[in-house]
Every structure is written in structure tokens, then in C-alpha cells.
Design a protein around this ligand. Structure first.
Ligand SMILES: Nc1ncnc2c1ncn2[C@@H]1O[C@H](COP(=O)(O)OP(=O)(O)OP(=O)(O)O)[C@@H](O)[C@H]1O
Ligand SMILES: [Mg+2]
Length: 401
């Protein structure tokens, strides 16, 4: 799997680039990668950012359907089979301002694993596109195609659900990403490549040493290269989105994933947010309208908007705009957001307020009434015309905020 190709690395450091490239992967199938690619791209576009979403799920392209576009446009499949095509020629406008699509391989289907030279041509084409944001919808699994496209930038999104298989797949994916990254970066270093090749040949499932341990062993022979490898791993800043959650407490599972990647891979992930399981997401898919357009007021749609805003307002994305005085890290913030969402969703589901909330509301209304009475008395009942009444109500509202 880790065939030696060449040492050239095409990696965009998003914090140093005006144009941000964000690959979206996850290891496991069906976790919501395409739903998130579509809706996050649309939200970036709605917020005024010129955005291109690219269907790089070769063999499983479906973004055109999610965006309600007919599949008769040339896409990545044609780009691979026809060397005269440019990436720019594949850009298709969508019905939405600021958002364009590069379709997948619907017309030239099932190209399988692509040679690294070909991937470099695709990456070069993507990097040269004119946009503020380029989001890449990647396929499931940890094939070299997926991993190499994930490594096009240092801040890809990893989508997972709280289920154990999904978490383990996300971890396995990040492990393969780390190995592939080092293997590509140190292709010229024989000690490294031989060591990694041997480690993979000898491995029994579940018995492989953690990458961190392997680096410790290598440190005895190649101390400088190991130091460099650690700096390289620091550059990777994957962002986790936990999708299809049932309860805010499930965010602790994403934190365990972070701890595991910290400890065994020296990769430091952050959290962009948690999104709840919401039937309206699949309803919108059936209705062939992007979810955030069909159900803009849904709590999950607001959660997606929050993630888009985190990306936009991180001036040097992937650095996150956190108020560190208030939050320990991006996971704690995501936890608080998820808890708030849960309260709103439960209230909507329950169709009303809990007895305690009703009691509180009644108390609030009584207090307001008392204030109105006091104000009315102070001003003199006769002076209260309709217009001034509005003004007073506004004033009371401001006072009670
Ligand atoms: N938050 C959510 N709540 C409910 N359903 C969801 C949610 N997110 C995604 N889904 C549903 O899960 C299914 C899979 O989503 P999607 O196609 O985006 O996954 P994927 O990771 O791209 O899958 P694949 O690996 O096959 O490409 C879809 O039917 C979608 O409607
Ligand atoms: Mg998909």
C-alpha cells in the first residue's frame, strides 16, 4: 500500500494561503461526507465566499444529485482520460450564487486507483482554480486516492458518527494519513523507508506499534529526521465533525479520538462541531434540495452554519477563533454548543416548555407587568399614547435583557 513513488509533496498550508482547500473524508461510508461537503460549500457561498465544491469520490460521485444538477457535464473522470482538458473547463455553475461544482466521474466511470503523476495533475489543477474556498468531497475508506487527496492541504475535515466502527475507521484513516505523509516526505531517506516497509510487511492485524513508538526507535539512528518528522506531523491539523449524534454527551467520544491521535500518532486534531441526527437531512436529499435551503431553521442547519462561520472567521484557518478565557479548547466549545442545540431540539420535539420553564416564564411576565404598572404610574396613565406605549415596552424589554 505504501509504494514508494517520489518525494514531492503537494500540500497547501491553509493558514498561509488566501485560497483555502478543505478535503472532507472520514474513513467510513455513509457518515455524511457528501451532505456536509454540499451544505458547508453552500453556506460559505451564502456568506459571500466564492466557493467550488469538487466531487472527488471517484466511483461514488453523487454531488451533482445533491445540488440538483443533471449529470451531463464533464468531470474529474474526463480530466483523467483527456489530457487536453483543463480543470477550469470542468467548473459548472450551480443555481446558487458564488457556488460552482466540479463533477466526479459519472460520464467516465470507475477509474480505480490513479497513478501519483495523475493525482499531481489533478492537485495542480485544483490549486490553480480561482476561488476563496475549494471543498473536496472524498470517498469512503483509506485508499491511496483518498489519502493523497486528503493530504493536498493540512486541514482536512474528518467526519465521524459516535458509533464505534465509525470512530475506529476515522482513527485508522488518520493513521494511514500520517504514515503516507511521512512516507512521501522521507522518500529519499532509506532508513525511514526500509523501516516503514518492514513494519507494514511484518504487521499482524492489531499488533502494529503506534507511530510514536516507531519514531522513538528511529530516533536512535536518525535523530534529525525524526525531529523533522515530528514537525511535519504538527503541520497536520485535521478537524473533526461529529455527525448524526443522538446526545450532546457523545462529544466525549470525539475527545477520545483526539486523545488517541495525540498519543499514538502525534497528530493534534480539533473539533469543528457536532451535528445531531435529523430526519430532515435525509428528507431534503429525497426532495433533491440542499438541506440548508429546504430547512434553514432546523437546529442542524444552524449547526452547519456555525461550522461554516468558524471556517470563515478563522482568519488563519485552520487556527480556530476561540475565546480561550472561556473555553479550554475546540472540543469544549463544541460540547457547549451541542448542549444548547439539544435543549432547543428537545423543546421543539416536546412541543412546549417544561413545568419549571413555564413557572419561570410566568414569574417573568408578572415582573414585567409590575414594571409596566410602576412606569405607567410614574409617567401618568394619560400620557401613554399608542406610540409611546411601544417605546416603553421596548425599554422594558431592554431592561430585562
Ligand atoms: N445529521 C444527519 N441526520 C440524519 N441523516 C443524515 C445526517 N447526515 C447525513 N445523513 C444521511 O446519511 C446518509 C449518508 O450521507 P452521505 O451520502 O452524505 O454520506 P457519505 O459519507 O458521503 O457516504 P459515502 O461514503 O457513501 O459517500 C444520507 O442518506 C444522508 O441523508
Ligand atoms: Mg459521499
Amino acid at each position: 500500500m505504501y509504494a514508494r513513488e517520489n518525494g514531492e509533496n503537494y500540500m497547501i498550508l491553509n493558514e498561509n494561503s488566501e485560497k483555502k482547500i478543505i478535503p472532507i473524508a472520514g474513513g467510513k461510508g455513509g457518515v455524511g461526507k457528501s451532505v456536509l461537503s454540499t451544505n458547508l460549500s453552500l453556506l460559505l457561498a451564502v456568506n459571500g465566499k466564492k466557493t467550488i465544491v469538487v466531487d472527488l469520490d471517484l466511483g461514488g460521485s453523487n454531488l451533482h444529485t445533491m445540488l440538483g444538477i443533471k449529470n451531463n457535464n464533464k468531470g474529474i473522470g474526463n480530466f483523467i482520460s483527456d489530457k487536453s482538458l483543463t480543470m477550469e473547463e470542468l467548473v459548472v455553475p450551480t443555481d446558487y450564487e458564488n457556488l460552482s461544482l466540479i463533477p466526479g466521474d459519472v460520464l467516465v466511470y470507475g477509474l480505480g486507483e490513479i497513478a501519483f503523476e495523475e493525482k499531481k495533475r489533478i492537485m495542480k489543477g485544483l490549486v490553480e482554480l480561482d476561488a476563496d474556498y475549494i471543498l473536496l468531497d472524498l470517498g469512503a475508506g483509506s485508499s491511496l486516492n483518498v489519502i493523497d487527496f486528503f493530504l493536498i492541504a493540512n486541514s482536512g475535515i474528518v467526519v465521524t458518527t459516535p458509533h464505534m466502527t465509525s470512530i475506529m475507521n476515522a482513527f485508522g484513516f488518520l493513521k494511514n494519513v500520517a504514515f503516507r505523509f511521512l512516507q512521501r516526505a522521507f522518500a529519499e531517506n532509506e532508513v525511514f523507508t526500509e523501516y516503514f516497509d518492514r513494519a507494514f510487511q511484518e504487521r499482524n492485524p492489531g499488533e502494529q506499534k503506534p507511530l510514536k513508538e516507531m519514531l522513538e526507535e528511529l530516533r536512535h539512528v536518525e535523530p534529525e529526521a525524526v525531529e523533522k518528522a515530528e514537525l511535519f506531523l504538527d503541520i497536520l491539523q485535521p478537524k473533526i465533525i461529529m455527525n448524526m449524534a443522538e446526545d450532546a454527551s457523545e462529544l466525549s467520544i470525539a475527545e477520545s479520538l483526539k486523545d488517541l491521535t495525540d498519543r499514538s500518532l502525534s497528530i493534534h486534531a480539533e473539533c469543528l462541531g457536532m451535528l445531531f441526527m435529523d430526519k430532515q437531512v435525509s428528507d431534503a436529499l429525497k426532495e433533491r434540495v440542499p438541506f440548508i435551503m429546504q430547512y434553514p431553521d432546523a437546529v442542524t442547519a444552524e449547526g452547519m452554519d456555525r461550522i461554516a462561520k468558524k471556517i470563515i472567521f478563522s482568519k488563519r484557518f485552520p487556527e480556530m477563533p476561540l475565546e480561550l478565557d472561556y473555553y479550554k479548547d475546540s472540543f469544549e466549545l463544541a460540547h457547549i454548543e451541542a448542549e444548547n442545540d439539544q435543549v432547543v431540539m428537545e423543546r421543539e420535539k416536546g412541543g412546549g416548555y417544561s413545568p419549571e420553564e413555564i413557572e419561570n416564564l410566568v414569574r417573568l411576565v408578572e415582573e414585567q407587568k409590575k414594571r409596566i404598572y410602576e412606569l405607567e404610574t410614574a409617567l401618568g396613565r394619560s400620557a401613554l399614547s399608542g406610540a409611546t406605549q411601544g417605546g416603553i415596552i421596548d425599554q422594558i424589554n431592554r431592561m430585562s435583557m
